[in-house]
Write a protein that binds this ligand. Structure first.
Ligand SMILES: Cc1ncc(COP(=O)(O)O)c(C=O)c1O
Length: 340
């Protein structure tokens, strides 16, 4: 058992499901293929950030906070899940978007208000400016006698996936052929660093593959290494040096960059919907599943070494992404019902 001293506010009933994707196996001609359904949680339509929020809200409650502040784009899963989780914890929530309040962003942010959060649109400011404005808003709340907590610390957030790696390992041990490879998105880092750290603490049962959806390889690796080292210092747990770990970085699905679909990612959305009834969204999970399918079809992951892809959620944002399907409709002539 792990001895993580940080407080945890329970939001999940773990373990999340670990499932075979039988129809995808038939389509690809290879079995078993596993998916860890971290999109399958009870609050706010689930997703990786809910694991982080158990620790963020644990810290907020420890500090006596009565309001949590969170920032992101209007489609941000972190904002939506913070708003949902704050309502469960009985905390107020203020969401900050670096966007203007036009029709599209108001629609994308709709669920935040539904969960009871106050939503503030900051206009087109950079992420750095946004962070300054959030700090200023926290100061203003303090002057009003409130106790704000700003959600997003990468190390605290990463603790959720240290636990996630342990959870998957426990599930994997009960399978006839335990999982050998785990594929997850490579992005800001807390999820990946936490999972890598949890894996390393268990003597690396999994080989880890990151499909980059945001940064170039050097940036992504540096971010993860930093969080990993900080996790070791923060928890005091004896983990091996990051540089001694084997992590595979896959850059070939980044395409034109963060949030821009590729032909393969659009196809992954359609394939998973039509084989497994699983919903993927464009920014994180579609590229990750496209990478996963590449790795198994090319046998870069050998046929006798069972793989698992982690579905990190984000499903709600799919309903603000109709326009992103148009390229696929045009280029491949696939019959996709688009709204708006
Ligand atoms: C659905 C989904 N998957 C993956 C990620 C990436 O997680 P991280 O920021 O921990 O790298 C995010 C981040 O917002 C997300 O919303």
């Amino acid at each position: 058992m792990l001895n993580i001293k940080d407080s945890r506010f329970t939001l999940l009933h773990t373990p999340t499901p670990l499932r075979r994707m039988m129809r995808l196996e038939g389509r690809i001609g290879r079995a078993p293929l596993y998916v860890k359904r971290d999109d399958h949680m009870e609050i706010g339509m689930g997703g990786n950030k809910l694991r982080s929020l158990e620790y963020w809200l644990g810290a907020a409650l420890d500090e006596g906070a009565d309001v949590v502040l969170v920032a992101g784009g209007p489609m941000s899963n972190q904002c939506r899940l913070t708003a949902a989780a704050a309502s469960v914890a009985g905390l107020d929530c203020v969401v900050f978007h670096n966007a203007n309040p036009h029709d599209e962003s108001l629609r994308a942010s709709f669920l935040n208000g539904l969960f009871g959060a106050e939503v503030r649109f900051l206009g087109n400011v950079s992420e750095q400016q946004r962070a300054v404005l959030v700090e200023e808003a926290a100061d203003e709340l303090r002057r009003q006698g409130r106790s704000p907590y700003i959600v997003g610390d990468a190390i605290i957030g990463a603790l959720g996936y240290v636990q996630g790696a342990l959870e998957l390992h426990r599930q994997s041990r009960s399978l006839d052929a335990p999982i050998r490879h785990v594929v997850l998105p490579g992005s800001m880092g807390p999820t990946e660093a936490g999972f890598i750290f949890g894996n390393a603490l268990q003597d690396n049962p999994f080989e880890i593959h990151l499909v980059s959806v945001e940064y170039g390889q050097a940036d992504l690796a540096a971010r993860i290494a930093r969080i990993y080292c900080d996790l070791a210092a923060h928890t005091g747990l004896a983990a091996p040096e990051f540089d001694n770990l084997l992590v595979h970085y896959h850059m070939d699905h980044l395409g034109p960059g963060y949030g821009h679909p590729t032909e393969a990612s659009e196809k992954a959305i359609v394939t998973l919907a039509r084989t497994e009834g699983i919903l993927l969204e464009h920014i994180y999970t579609a590229k990750t599943f496209a990478g996963f399918m590449d790795l198994v079809t090319s046998e870069a992951i050998p046929p006798d070494e069972p793989p698992c892809v982690i579905h990190t959620g984000g499903t709600a944002s799919l309903f603000s992404q109709f326009h992103l399907f148009r390229a696929l409709e045009r280029e491949a002539g696939m019959p996709i019902a688009v709204g708006a």
